[in-house]
Ligand binder design. Structure first.
Ligand SMILES: Cc1ncc(COP(=O)(O)O)c(C=O)c1O
Length: 409
C-alpha cells in the first residue's frame, strides 16, 4: 500500500512487484537497490539505516567483503553437486561449525524452517530408536508464542491464528506450555516426550527474554527426564545477543542447536542442525535430505561466517554496542515507550498503544531514514547489523524519539 506522494521510481517498482507476487507480505513502501554495511540505499538514492538486518540474517552487514569474496571465489569453481557426490567445501564447513558449537556433527540444510523440521524428525527418530518410545507415540513440547517457521508441521504448533487458520489439518504430537514457566514444562512431560523445542529468546513474539534461571531449569528438567533440549537459535544465535549462542549467555548447553539466517551471511540460505553423534547419529542414508543442503556455495560462505565468529569479535561488538542501544532506548521509557527488552544488539520496544500502532511508527521511522519492523501490534524490533557504528545507533534512537514526539504533538 503506497502513501500519497510516494516517489515515482518507488511507486513503479512496488506496482510491478505487487502485480505478480502472492500477497503474503505487507512490506514498508521502500525499494532497496543497494546495501553497504548497516546502510541501504533505495531506488531514489535515499539512504536508510537497516535496523532489521533481514531478521538477523545480515548480522555481518550488507556486502561484507570477506563473505562476498568467499561467494565469488566459489561461484567460479562449482556451485552445486547435490549430496549424491561429495564436494570439497562441505568438510571444512561442518568441521568448523561443529568446533564453534562444541558438538561433533552437523546436518546442513537451507532455510530455518527446514532446520526446525529436521530437528523434529531427528528427535522423533531418537525417541523411537534410543529412548524406546512406542511407535507413533512421541510428543514434543513447545511454547506459547513460539515462532519456528511456516511449514505445515511448524504452524501446527503455533498459537498465532493468522499463521494457522485455513492451513489445517495440523500435524499432531506437540504440546504447548507457557514460555518462562518451568513448572508447567515439567508437568507437561510424560514418558513419550522426546524433546523440548525452544527459542532461547522469543524473537517474533517481541524479543521476549526469559529470566536468567529459566533455560538452566529447562536444561535440568530435560536431562532428568531423558528429553532432548532443542535450542532454536536461528534468530538468537551467531552473534546477535553478544555471544555465539544465547544459550552461552545463560550457561546452558542444548542437545541440538538449530541454526540459520546469519549462517549464510545474508548471501545464500544456509541452515543446520548441530549436535552430538548420540543424537544426530540416528539418521541413516536415505532417511532425510535436501538437493541444496550442504552445497559448495553455501558451505564456502558458511565457512567464512564461522571463521568470523570464531574470532569472537562480532560477539564482543554486539555486547558493547548493545549496551549503548539499551541505554538509549531506556531513555525513551515514559516518552512514548512503555517497555524495552534487549539482548546484545537486539531490542523489542513496546510503544504506548495510545500513541500509534507499531506499523505507523515504522513508517515514520522509514521517512526519517531508519528501517525497522513492527510485531504484534505495538512492538518494534531492532536488530541492526553487528557492523553498525555507535553513532548509527544514536541516530536510530534519536529518530525514534523524534517520531514519538511527532505522534504526541
Ligand atoms: C526462531 C526462528 N526459527 C525459525 C525461523 C524460520 O526461518 P526461515 O524463515 O529461514 O524458514 C525463524 C524466522 O524468523 C525464526 O525466527
Amino acid at each position: 500500500m503506497l502513501h500519497a506522494g510516494t516517489a515515482p521510481l518507488t511507486a513503479d517498482a512496488i506496482k510491478l512487484e505487487e502485480e505478480h507476487t502472492a500477497n503474503n507480505y505487507h512490506p514498508l513502501p521502500v525499494v532497496v537497490s543497494h546495501g553497504e554495511g548497516a546502510w541501504v540505499t533505495d531506488v531514489e538514492g535515499r539512504r536508510y539505516l537497516d535496523c532489521l538486518a533481514a531478521y538477523s540474517a545480515v548480522n555481518f552487514g550488507h556486502g561484507h567483503a570477506g563473505l562476498i569474496a568467499a561467494a565469488k571465489d566459489q561461484l567460479d569453481r562449482v556451485t552445486l553437486t547435490s549430496r549424491a557426490f561429495h564436494n570439497d567445501q562441505l568438510g571444512p564447513f561442518v568441521t568448523a561449525l561443529a568446533e564453534l558449537a562444541n558438538k561433533d556433527m552437523v546436518l546442513p540444510m537451507n532455510t530455518g524452517a527446514e532446520a526446525v523440521e529436521s530437528g523434529i524428525k531427528i528427535a522423533r527418530a531418537w525417541g523411537y530408536r534410543v529412548k524406546g518410545v512406542a511407535a507413533e507415540k512421541a510428543n514434543i513440547i513447545v511454547f506459547d508464542g513460539n515462532f519456528h517457521g511456516r511449514t505445515t508441521t511448524i504452524i501446527s504448533f503455533s498459537n498465532d491464528e493468522e499463521a494457522r487458520a485455513d492451513f489445517g489439518p495440523y500435524t499432531p504430537g506437540f504440546r504447548s506450555v507457557p514460555y518462562g514457566d518451568a513448572e508447567a514444562l515439567e508437568a507437561a512431560i510424560d514418558e513419550n516426550t522426546v524433546a523440548v523445542l525452544i527459542e532461547p529468546i522469543q524473537g517474533e513474539a517481541g524479543v521476549l527474554v526469559p529470566p536468567a534461571d529459566y533455560l538452566p531449569a529447562v536444561r535440568e528438567i530435560t536431562s532428568r527426564h531423558n528429553v532432548l533440549f532443542i535450542a532454536d537459535e536461528i534468530q538468537s544465535g551467531l552473534g546477535r545477543t553478544g555471544a555465539t549462542f544465547q544459550c552461552d549467555n545463560v550457561g546452558v548447553v542444548p542437545d541440538l542447536y538449530l541454526l540459520g539466517k546469519a549462517l549464510g551471511g545474508g548471501v545464500v540460505p544456509v541452515s543446520a542442525v548441530v549436535g552430538n553423534s548420540d543424537v544426530l547419529g540416528v539418521l541413516r542414508p536415505g532417511e532425510h535430505g535436501s538437493t541444496f543442503g550442504g552445497n559448495p556455495l553455501a558451505a564456502a560462505v558458511g565457512l567464512a561466517v564461522v571463521s568470523m565468529l570464531a574470532t569472537g569479535e562480532y560477539q564482543k561488538r554486539a555486547r558493547v554496542l548493545g549496551e549503548r542501544l539499551r541505554v538509549g532506548l531506556e531513555g525513551l521509557i515514559g516518552k512514548g515507550v512503555v517497555t524495552v527488552r534487549t539482548a546484545g544488539l537486539w531490542a523489542g520496544i513496546d510503544i504506548d498503544t495510545d500513541l500509534a500502532p507499531g506499523r505507523v511508527v515504522c513508517e515514520r521511522l522509514m521517512e526519517r531514514g531508519v528501517l525497522a519492523k513492527d510485531t504484534h501490534g505495538s512492538t518494534i524490533r531492532l536488530a541492526p547489523p553487528i557492523v553498525v557504528e555507535a553513532e548509527d545507533l544514536d541516530f536510530a534512537v534519536d529518530q525514534l524519539a523524534a517520531v514519538l514526539d511527532e505522534l504526541k504533538a
